[in-house]
Design a protein around this ligand. Structure first.
Ligand SMILES: Cc1cc2nc3c(=O)[nH]c(=O)nc-3n(C[C@H](O)[C@H](O)[C@H](O)COP(=O)(O)OP(=O)(O)OC[C@H]3O[C@@H](n4cnc5c(N)ncnc54)[C@H](O)[C@@H]3O)c2cc1C
Length: 448
């Protein structure tokens, strides 16, 4: 098992989409048609005024461009890097209709935001006079950052409580390093801090501070706890050394000093997290990385462009393959030696609308590996959410009013992955902003 220093990790994780140089940005901005109905803006969950910020790049007003982005999306820099633009703004670009390449909106947004952050990061927000009421936000991920920033813009106090030592949620600890480095995420946290948001780190609400205490001190509570670690797969051998959960693996290589990586790594799962973990293992030097997924290419929950990119990274896909057990290496230690798998064929559709995997009897085989990464989907913080009084839940997600993000307890609002079940950063930002605006309106109506 090799280990890597932060410097080596930085070297190995060169960016997936390198930035524009100023000339290329100018040329690309001038290709924009500035459509009057801006389908790109409609496709963005935070509704950034895309033609307006691109027009400002074309007239070399980069700070003005960044301000336009920040007015709609306080995490405009990370969204520029991590958004699945093919299925959002760029997917909606009218140039597709003319068989032309869509405008590279994500890279242009990054161009403006990088300029903003390398020039002092001073936004021009009209912050209203300070009001006495304060709001507690639980979790310091994208949803809470957006909610708290919105509340500050409207003059209300906001305190964010976070279990971990750093803010940013999955932007800091989860999104692949070649898209977003922790330092990129943390400079956005600094921006939110500079707006007067208070942060309490290492505080798990429900354990270190009770919900009743928050209710006593704060006028409203915004719940944005994201999703919980995955449930165990219940495979035999899951407790062997060398078996890790994908989120722990990604968080460790992004923020810890060193990270052990095997030479032959098997990743179990078919979503974007499995792909991120597999690519990371490859970039960290594993000779062979296999992604084991029990259904086929069409059924994979990962985005198609992530799947295609992962093949280019050198990950080998073992589709229609079901993991059965993890075996030790036979040396008398507790180290992983192989993953036992079974081939499957796809039968009729199941309740999820996907073809059901059916075992091919006698097709068992052993895949030699010294590390197994489990990436089979996150679970929910049901215990914690169950303790928030009066909260209606559906399929493990918090039920909210779609206009305001208000829960069935009138003092509680919610947003992000714990409401939408796990989508994208930009959805969490949009839902945090929506709740921040609605809470401010509600407090205004109540207290003036
Ligand atoms: C591996 C991975 C890769 C991803 N890649 C992308 C990508 O490329 N592009 C993209 O757009 N999206 C991506 N996503 C999705 C995106 O990261 C999430 O949708 C987004 O971060 C959700 O934001 P959130 O604020 O709801 O939750 P989170 O970002 O999960 O933040 C929740 C925070 O709450 C804290 N918390 C939880 N419980 C408590 C408590 N009781 N008290 C205090 N704090 C608490 C947690 O520590 C955490 O910091 C990825 C997700 C994963 C798992």
């Amino acid at each position: 098992m090799a280990t890597y220093t932060p410097e080596e990790i930085a070297q190995r994780f060169s960016e997936l989409h390198p930035p524009f140089d100023p000339q290329a940005a100018l040329v690309e901005a001038n290709r924009c048609l500035y459509c009057f109905d801006a389908p790109c803006t409609a496709a963005c969950p935070t509704h950034i005024d895309v033609p307006r910020f691109i027009k400002k790049i074309a007239s070399v007003n980069l700070l003005g461009s960044a301000q336009t982005i920040l007015d709609a999306n306080i995490l405009g820099a990370s969204c520029a890097r991590v958004c699945p633009v093919d299925v959002l703004c760029e997917g909606a670009c009218v140039l597709h209709r003319y068989n032309k390449q869509p405008i590279e909106i994500g890279k242009l947004q990054r161009h403006a935001m990088d300029h903003f952050y390398s020039n002092g990061a001073r936004p021009r927000f009209a912050v209203a006079s300070n009001k006495s009421k304060k709001v507690a936000c639980i979790g310091a991920g994208p949803a809470s950052l957006a909610c708290a920033a919105e509340l500050r813009k409207q003059g209300y106090g906001a305190t964010i409580f976070e279990s971990r030592p750093l803010a940013g949620g999955l932007n800091t600890y989860g999104v692949a390093e070649y898209k977003l480095r922790p330092s990129d995420s943390l400079r956005e946290v600094e921006l939110v801090k500079s707006m007067g948001v208070d942060f309490q780190f290492g505080v798990t609400v429900g354990r270190d501070i009770s919900l009743e205490d928050l209710e006593r001190e704060y006028a409203a509570v915004f719940i944005a706890v994201g999703l919980a670690p995955p449930e165990p797969l219940n495979l035999s051998g899951e407790n062997l050394d060398g078996v890790v959960d994908a989120l722990r693996f990604i968080a460790d290589y992004k923020t810890a000093q060193t990270i052990p990586v095997g030479q032959r790594v098997a990743v179990i799962g078919g979503g974007n997290t499995a792909i991120d973990a597999a690519n990371a293992a490859k970039r960290l030097g594993a000779a062979e990385v296999y992604l084991i997924y029990r259904r086929g290419e069409r059924e994979m929950p990962a985005f198609l462009f992530e799947y295609e990119n992962s093949k280019l990274e050198g990950v080998q896909f073992r589709l229609q393959t079901q993991p059965l057990a993890i075996h030790p290496d036979g040396s008398g230690t507790r180290r992983v030696g192989a993953l036992e798998c079974l081939r499957v064929e796809l039968g009729p559709q199941d309740a999820s609308g996907r073809r059901r995997p059916e075992a091919v009897q006698g097709s068992n085989f052993l895949l030699a590996c010294d590390m197994v990464i489990l990436a089979t989907g996150q679970s929910r913080f049901l215990d914690f959410l169950g303790r928030c009084r009066g909260l209606e839940m559906r399929d493990g997600n918090v039920v909210v009013d779609p206009e305001t993000g208000r829960t069935t307890n009138p003092r509680y609002y919610a947003g992000g992955d714990c409401v939408n079940g796990g989508r994208e950063v930009v959805d969490a930002v949009a839902e945090g902003k929506r709740a921040g605006q609605a809470i401010a309106k509600w407090l205004e109506a109540q207290h003036g």
